[in-house]
Design a protein around this ligand. Structure first.
Ligand code: PHE
Length: 534
């Protein structure tokens, strides 16, 4: 019946009887009783569980009594069963009348021969006769055995002073024994009554609520563990980075497109078509479908950007008009700058292959998205700050610090009169937010930036220099074909999301953070993160 709870049985450890009922029954005969004498064989934990169940219903009350008891060791038990070493020696000598000392270990165990002989001499039970042993006593009293027998039944010595001596001889040991003194409680009964847990409409109607045995509320009961979702550490760190960017009035770029064309991932970035990064070894190419149409607007990305820009303080007055953008002209200008040179650049001067432009790839960097957004900016050129944090793919050998997919944090800033010093200064304040100071810059190479710099930082927590990112001023070969004005400069930087996350959470193997080997317990239990706190 709903709302009622019957007795919850606590089976005895041998599974045969309900211990709670046994306790109630025992109380009828014997109030109070001591559990050690009433249920000597039952494990203490089971007794306690049954008592608690009954006590919570006020059916019994109990006090805990812990005392020290003496138990026999294996050797002590053997003496209690068979007699002491000296007794065994005496018995063997007595039985043979005269026993050569050499023969003794064959008659009694070697241990008994060694220990027992000396004691039997001291007790004047036997004596030496040349090379042999002869008995003195006709009968002996084996005090040791008698004492141990007493201990076995009483769990204590008759004279507690003897304990130390027997402990030293490793014949007995002490143990803590927990027992309970149990008495009837105010609601004692021979059976556990059914307890009602809910007040129902029927009970109100038929009046049974007046006599019902309601189960009292247990406000101390711990609730069941609730399973709940947990944020992945990468998501937590990502949120921290987003906050930094939003505080600096960056606009988030739409990065949902994991598959992109060679045009946006490489060509528009002035990456030559023979560049090793475009090799199958470094880039995942999509086989089905293998290629896209020509470069054009992405309506989903444009709508997302429009919305983000409308929300931004900087952009709220000037919405871009993407309809002004001529993608076909852009594509042919990109081609020209590679093939023949254009916009003041002599170009790479190699035969440009349109098929490479439309080849579909898993994007190798989020700079593909930045490129799309910068081209869109050319419809209404103005200072702008964009960022993105999302997944990229590289056909790399997987090891402790590399995965074939990871997340990139990327920022680009467009403004008039930007300088390399400004980029360094910006990076210094950005990484300071992560607790990384004293940046060092190393000249590097990217086809799309000049100059390019690798960024190193001193991490105070780790007490060492760590490589943290890549950065540079975008090349005119990339920006001018977009239609951006010559004096609008753009710089950018990128870093992985995994690296700062691993540092924050002390994870040394990236596979513990991302992928099929991740321990869900780690995801569920890891702490909140603040980038600016150690
Ligand atoms: N795309 C670069 C990388 O993958 C990062 C970067 C972004 C560098 C923007 C310069 C400018 O490492």
């Amino acid at each position: 019946m709903p709302g009622q709870r019957g007795p919850v049985p606590v089976p005895l450890h041998n599974g045969s009887r309900d211990l709670t009922l046994d306790i109630l029954e025992a109380l009828e005969e014997n109030d109070p009783f001591q559990t050690q004498s009433q249920f000597p064989e039952t494990p203490q934990a089971e007794i306690k569980a049954a008592l608690d169940r009954l006590a919570s219903r006020s059916m019994v009350e109990y006090d805990t009594q812990d005392r020290e008891i003496v138990v026999l060791t294996a050797e002590g038990q053997q003496i209690a069963d068979e007699g002491s070493h000296e007794y065994k020696v005496w018995k063997a000598v007595k039985a043979s009348g005269k026993l050569s000392i050499k023969e003794l270990p064959q008659k009694v165990a070697a241990e008994s021969a060694k220990v027992g002989q000396g004691n039997a001499f001291k007790l004047k039970w036997i004596k030496k006769d040349g090379d042999s042993l002869v008995p003195i006593a006709d009968s002996v009293q084996d005090v040791t055995r008698e004492l141990l027998e007493h201990v076995a039944t009483n769990a204590a010595f008759p004279d507690p002073k003897q304990l130390k001596d027997y402990q030293k001889r490793k014949l007995v040991a002490t143990q803590k024994q927990i027992a309970y003194k149990v008495r009837k409680g105010p609601r004692w009964a021979k059976e556990i009554p059914v307890e009602v847990t809910d007040l129902t409409a029927e009970m109100l109607e038929d009046g049974s609520w007046q006599t019902a045995n309601f189960k009292p509320y247990n406000f101390k009961a711990l609730g069941a563990n609730q399973n709940s979702g947990a944020l992945h550490p990468l998501n937590k760190v990502r949120e921290e980075f987003r906050k930094i960017f939003f505080n600096w009035d960056f606009i988030e770029m739409p990065t949902a497109r994991f598959v992109d064309s060679g045009f946006w991932n490489f060509d528009a970035l002035f990456v030559p078509q023979q560049h090793p990064a475009r090799d199958l070894q470094d880039t995942f190419y999509v086989s089905d479908p293998p290629s896209s149409g020509p470069p054009g607007p992405d309506p989903i990305a444009d709508a997302a950007l429009d919305e983000m820009e409308a929300d931004s303080a900087t952009f709220s007055t000037s919405t871009s008009k993407s309809s002004k953008l001529d993608y076909a002209k852009y594509a042919s200008d990109v081609r020209a700058v590679h093939e023949t040179g254009a916009f003041g650049s002599i170009g790479y001067r190699y035969p440009y292959n349109e098929a490479e432009t439309t080849r579909l790839v898993l994007r190798t960097h989020t700079t593909a998205v930045s490129t799309y957004c910068l081209h869109r900016l050319a419809a209404n050129p103005r200072p702008a700050r964009y960022f993105s944090i999302d997944r990229v793919f590289r056909n790399e050998t997987v090891d402790a610090t590399h995965l074939a997919e990871f997340h990139q944090i990327e920022g680009v800033i467009a403004d008039y009169g930007l300088t390399l010093g400004g980029l360094m200064d910006f990076l210094a304040s950005f990484f300071k937010k992560l607790g990384i100071t004293n940046l060092r810059f190393k000249p590097a190479y990217n086809p799309y930036t000049e100059p390019s710099m690798e960024v190193f930082g001193f991490h105070a927590g780790l007490d060492k220099w760590v490589e943290i990112g890549n950065s540079g001023m975008f090349r005119p070969e990339m920006l001018l074909p977009m239609g951006l004005p010559e004096d609008l400069r753009v710089y950018g930087f990128g870093l992985s999301l995994e690296r700062p996350t691993m540092i924050k959470y002390g994870v040394s193997n990236i596979r513990e953070l991302l992928g099929h080997k991740v321990d869900l317990g780690f995801i569920e239990s890891n702490a909140a993160v603040r980038l600016d706190k150690d």
